[in-house]
Design a protein around this ligand. Structure first.
Ligand SMILES: Nc1ncnc2c1ncn2[C@@H]1O[C@H](COP(=O)(O)OP(=O)(O)O)[C@@H](O)[C@H]1O
Ligand SMILES: [Mg+2]
Length: 496
């Protein structure tokens, strides 16, 4: 019997799988057992053809392949390569001792070539952690090579991997093109004219990881502003980039790329289902919020999303992960994203515009806002009105973006927060708020009077403190002063 190692995915988790191949005398047959799904059952035909095309045939004996542990459902096409290598070892064409220290994953084509599969980066991370090597398709080689201290073989076809182990051919290890780590992610706020308040809000949101709601008539640049947020955030660290790429890779979202360096920006349409947004479906797949992990989730036309869909966001917003359970699948996915939402002030979008207002104003605006639940609205630390752009602003020549709203500034302000408390202000827990947010008495009295006057909820109360802390950090002030608090209170439209 020959044993070869491969893996199975359960959500983002990588589980080791043992492929056991036995060739015994008996009537010729070829069976795969151990809860394979349809795509694996079909791998028998691919393997038979591939072996024929390289001039080897399956032996006319009883071949049994077992995927162990047998009680775990196996899905995906990456089992072809471990199965065929196991058969070759059992046929004593390949010495088993060579492949014992590798994890294998790859899909075999009828002509013996090895086709790309998804999830290779996650497999490579698993190999590195367990001190194993990796044999993966040539097309995935660059992806695997991002993991350091890992021996990777990425053959084009079956013949080259057989010859490599026989010593008649030397596979060269794949290299990672990491020298092109992008430094000039250039999209900035300079193209957006006017909108000083909205830009400042976006900058503060980036500095302190505050969720942001933009409300304003159509065509005022809300989508433009949201699109710029990933470029205002510090570049991904290598570890974050690995996680982001692994998530996208497992779920086939790499779109032909080897590696994702930039923060994801996901903007699902408002007709999307709850399963598409937070994850779910029969296989408990991850949703947009997990694909937006470490990046930005932009919900345009927020009130048009279904109520249930939006309410499902509340838990991951607090915990940074989502647990998806279905009849026979359960998984926990990371979902730490920066939420930006945009909405029109009313269904037609022109509430407040004296030239375009319709006869339903102003009641329509209130009714429209009521589609959002209080608890959800509460989770937006910053809520600003985006006003129509003035014609003079549009005609003014583009000046290069101002240094006070730059990613460099964001990085500095984040460093101050991390040094003081380890996390960004938007992520502070109640205990940390008490510990780290020192308020000047004048700031406190302003907050208390606003709270009494407008009946702020306890959550609002804390969120305003966090936002005021960020504003103080931008000024590098030790304490939260009265004017910081005043600005924070002003950035909470719809509170009152
Ligand atoms: N503040 C602005 N500065 C420059 N161009 C703008 C501005 N606002 C809107 N535009 C122009 O209008 C288009 C639509 O803007 P968009 O961001 O989609 O508006 P909204 O999302 O508010 O409806 C943009 O592509 C841009 O050409
Ligand atoms: Mg828009």
């Amino acid at each position: 019997m020959a044993r070869v190692k491969t893996i199975a995915f359960q959500g983002l988790q990588v589980l080791p799988i043992d492929v056991q191949v036995q060739i015994a005398s008996g009537l010729p047959s070829f069976n795969i057992v151990g809860l394979p799904d349809k795509s694996i059952a079909e791998s028998r035909e691919r393997i038979r053809s591939a072996l024929t095309s390289i001039g080897l045939g399956l032996p006319s004996e009883r071949i049994t392949v077992n995927l162990s542990p047998a009680d775990l459902l196996k899905e995906g096409s990456h089992y072809d390569l471990p199965i065929v290598m196991g058969i070759l070892s059992a046929m004593q064409i390949l010495p088993i001792k060579h492949i014992e220290s590798f994890i294998l994953a790859g899909e075999i084509a009828l002509d013996g070539s090895i086709a790309k599969v998804s999830g290779v980066l996650a497999i490579a991370l698993h190999c590195a952690k367990n001190g194993l090597g990796l044999i993966c398709p040539f097309g995935n080689g660059a992806e695997a090579a991002y993991v350091e201290n890992l021996s990777v073989l990425a053959p084009h076809d079956l013949l080259s991997i057989i010859n490599h182990f026989k010593g008649t051919f030397q596979l060269t290890p794949p290299t990672c093109p990491s020298t092109i780590w992008p430094s000039n992610l250039s999209e900035n706020l300079s193209e957006i004219r006017g909108q000083a308040l909205a830009k400042r809000a976006l900058f503060l949101a980036a500095c302190g990881h505050h969720h942001l709601l933009l409300c304003g008539p159509p065509g005022t640049g809300k989508s433009m502003l949201a699109n710029r947020l990933p470029f205002l955030l510090p570049p991904l660290s290598k570890m974050e980039a690995l996680v982001v790429t692994a998530i996208h890779s497992i779920f086939g979202q790499l779109k032909g790329r080897d590696f994702l360096f930039e923060r994801p920006f996901r903007s699902p349409h408002h007709s999307c289902s709850q399963a598409a947004l937070v994850g779910g479906g029969p296989k408990a797949r991850p949703g947009e919020i997990s694909l937006a992990h470490c990046g930005v989730l932009f919900l345009d036309e927020l009130p048009e999303f279904s109520h249930h869909t939006l309410e499902a966001l509340r838990q991951p917003l607090e915990t940074g992960e989502i647990s998806v359970s279905r009849a026979n699948a359960r998984a926990i996915y990371p979902a730490k994203f920066h939420l930006v939402a945009a909405m029109n002030p009313c269904p037609c979008g022109h509430l407040g515009n004296t030239r375009k207002q319709c006869h339903k104003a102003p009641l329509c605006g209130e009714r429209y806002l009521k589609r959002l639940s209080g608890p959800l609205l509460d989770r937006f630390d910053i809520r600003v009105d985006v006003k129509p752009v003035e014609v003079e602003d549009l005609l003014r020549p583009v000046i290069s973006s101002s240094p006070e709203l730059s990613v460099e500034r964001v990085i500095e302000v984040q460093r101050i927060q991390r040094k003081r408390q380890g996390v960004l202000n938007g992520e502070l827990s109640l205990k940390q708020i008490e510990e780290h947010i020192r308020m000047h008495s004048s700031a406190l009295s302003l907050l208390v009077s606003a709270s009494e006057r407008f009946g702020l909820s306890a959550r609002s109360f804390q969120r305003i403190r966090k936002l005021a802390r960020t504003i103080a950090d931008v000024e590098e002030s030790q304490d939260v002063e009265r004017h910081h608090m005043a600005e924070a209170l002003g950035l909470r439209t719809y509170e009152y």
